[in-house]
Design a protein. Structure first.
Lengths: 334, 290
């Protein structure tokens, strides 16, 4: 059980409105990712749900019950912090046991849950160490273990992987996704990394300056971004956004085309340009192409083995079905 | 300090400081030890014959020695208890966001800057005097018999005065320690269902352990040699009820002009201080590593 609903929630810090009035529903068992640029209010929103901040206006409902006035401990939510927030003077075992100790769960039951969590998270060999003697990834797993044993209605993660190196991040990403599949508990996950958002989420909430720009599945956001912000934010490398005469040709203020939806040819195409910087990733190569008549270079994707070099002339053809059109207010045109 | 060369360079560079410190300590220490074996009284000038352990024998068998030992330990223990407990409470209080925080903090720290003699006199004449003191007036206003602090509860009065002086130090150190506690840890504990008391005992107090150790160690060093407060308030009395070891040494060497006896007391005080230090290090010193 973990159905969370925000109704008309608003948050001010002093005179500053960080989150203007907002509604959001998070269904039971979903993996929901809050994504947005730094400072857009993701953590604040998460802390409002957790009860670590009071809402200025509005109602937070958990499983249909008004939880607005409830203290964090009573909301049956578990949180994993960016800094892990482990208790440094307690062993891993005691860290994991702490929430159960506070809930006065019987000793044998505690032992059993600790053993189980340690097994799931590969922590069995580290139970008697202090957090200071663990690596970043292991600390992260202890923090997750501490959250699991409470059997909460929902998990809240605030950028849990941002302190880890790239390889570990990919590994932990899979582990968390797997955990979600196994537990089938609601998870709310904050990140500013859109790759994490795309790969893990059932549902992505794109935030910008406290406003929800779009809510949808990763593919929905990829295929039909509702506005320019989402179009530019989701997808890597980011979508090419073209203004001026090109856009007018398609009857729009701005048109967007993703690098992977432009065909590259040495012989002929709609647009002609010269190759600028290229990034070889092995499987793919991304070229920055300076197209004649465009103000900004266009990023295109080609196969990894395409033989093009700086200064070469190439021809580009955008796929007309994958073109996104936006009006003057940056909203999507059908 | 990894390589051999850097290690020996480091030794070379700190050697002047070490030598200076050694000289600074060793010369007075050897003189004291030397005097403690002489019959050396300023009232009877002349030869200062070597008398072996005689000074120590008389100092140790003096009934006021045992009283002084007990008083010293009570004084140190009492002040430590009050300042650590009070310091934690004050630190928690000052850590709360409130109006005029800066001023309140400076005011709370200020007793530390008052000289011991001055604070002793202020407490003696303005607070604890049964006729003119504030406590006396309060008692009269409430129609109860005023307490004559220095004759009824002399040692406790001194403990209170010294605690008042050292409370700011403890508060300051504990406050900075408290402020270095990661807020997310407290929030995590809150999410984990820990109430205010559990958070204090399970998160804050362990975090403060190291700072408390520092407070206890530093204060003990200074509290073993409390002198000015006693001199200006009770003069060690009534009887010997507020005479600590330092004061007893002062009495024998400067009031009775017995340098030999005073030196013997000084050496005993050094030994006592070292015993206390070893005990403290054993008990709480392990908080300092890791
Ligand atoms: N306690 C506070 N008092 C005042 N302003 C705050 C407070 N906490 C956050 N803010 C402001 O609210 C805004 C949103 O902050 P928040 O921490 O939610 O951002 P975020 O989306 O989590 O960013 P990041 O990705 O960098 O973590 C920021 O502009 C921040 O300055
Ligand atoms: Mg944040």
């Amino acid at each position: 059980m973990g159905h969370i609903q925000l109704k008309g929630v608003k948050k001010n810090f002093g005179d500053v409105t960080v989150i203007p009035t907002l509604d959001l529903e998070i269904e039971d068992g979903k993996f929901v990712v809050f994504v947005g640029p730094s400072g857009c209010g993701k953590s604040t929103l998460l802390r409002l749900i957790a009860g670590l901040e009071d809402v200025t206006e509005g109602v937070v409902e958990i499983d249909g019950q008004d939880a607005t006035g409830l203290p964090p401990a009573k909301r049956r939510l578990a949180m994993v912090f960016q800094s892990y927030a482990l208790y440094p003077h307690m062993s891993v075992r005691k860290n994991i046991a702490f929430p159960m100790k506070m809930a006065r769960i019987p000793q044998e039951e505690q032992e059993q849950r600790i053993t189980e969590a340690a097994r799931v998270l590969n922590l069995t060999d580290y139970l008697d160490r202090r957090p200071g003697q663990l690596s970043g990834g292991q600390r992260q797993r202890v923090a997750i273990g501490r959250a699991i044993v409470r059997e909460p209605a929902a998990f809240l993660f605030d950028e849990p992987l941002s302190n880890l190196d790239a390889a570990l991040r990919v590994g932990m990403r899979l582990e968390i996704s797997e955990l979600h599949k196994r537990l089938a508990t609601t998870m709310i996950y904050v990140t500013h990394d859109q790759v994490e958002a795309m790969t893990m989420a059932d549902k992505i909430v794109v935030l910008n300056a406290g406003v929800i720009e779009q809510v949808g599945s990763p593919l929905e956001l990829y295929r039909e971004p509702r506005n320019l912000f989402v179009a530019g934010f989701i997808g890597s490398p980011r979508m090419n956004l073209l203004e001026g005469s090109v856009a007018e040709k398609y009857d729009a203020h701005i048109v967007g085309i993703r690098p992977e939806h432009i065909e590259v040819s040495a012989a002929s195409g709609d647009w002609t340009g010269t190759v600028g910087v290229s990034e070889h990733l092995g499987s793919d190569t991304f070229f920055r192409v300076n197209v004649e008549g465009f103000a900004e270079p266009v990023t295109v994707r080609a196969d990894g083995d395409v033989d093009l070099h700086y200064g070469d002339t190439i021809h580009l053809t955008p796929d007309p079905h994958q073109l996104h059109r936006f009006d003057r207010d940056s909203a999507r045109l059908a | 300090m990894a390589t051999k060369a850097s290690r020996s360079a480091a030794r070379l560079m700190i050697s002047p400081a070490v030598l200076l410190l050694l000289g600074w300590m060793l010369v007075p220490l050897s003189l004291t030890i030397y005097f403690s074996f002489l019959r050396y009284n300023l009232i009877t000038p002349g030869a200062n014959p070597f008398v072996g352990w005689e000074n120590y024998y008389w100092f140790l068998t003096d009934p006021s020695f045992k009283a002084a030992m007990v008083n010293t330990l009570l004084l140190v223990g009492g002040v430590l208890l009050i300042t650590v407990a009070g310091g934690i409470l004050f630190a928690l209080l000052l850590d709360q966001p409130m109006w005029g925080q800066g001023i309140i903090r400076i005011m709370a720290i200020s007793p530390f800057f008052v000289m011991p003699t001055v604070s002793g006199l202020v407490w003696k004449n303005m607070f604890m005097n049964p006729v003119n003191g504030i406590f006396g007036h309060l008692a009269q206003a409430l129609n109860v018999q005023p307490i004559d602090f220095f004759s009824q509860i002399p040692l406790l009065s001194i403990i209170l005065i010294v605690s008042w002086q050292w409370l700011p130090f403890a508060t300051l150190i504990l406050l900075t320690a408290l402020q270095s506690l990661d807020q997310e840890q407290l929030e995590a504990a809150e999410m984990d269902g820990a109430g205010a008391f559990s958070r204090f005992f399970h998160i804050m107090l362990p975090h403060l352990a190291r700072a408390i150790t520092v407070v206890i160690l530093i204060q003990t060093i200074f509290l073993l040699s409390i002198f000015a407060e006693i001199l200006v308030t009770t003069n060690g009395g009534p009887g010997v009820s507020t005479t600590n070891l330092t004061y007893l040494i002062y009495v024998s060497s400067l009031l009775q002009f017995d340098v030999g006896m005073g030196s013997a007391g000084g050496v005993l005080a050094i030994i006592l201080a070292n015993i206390v230090a070893i005990f403290l290090m054993r008990m709480i010193g392990k908080n300092l590593d890791a």
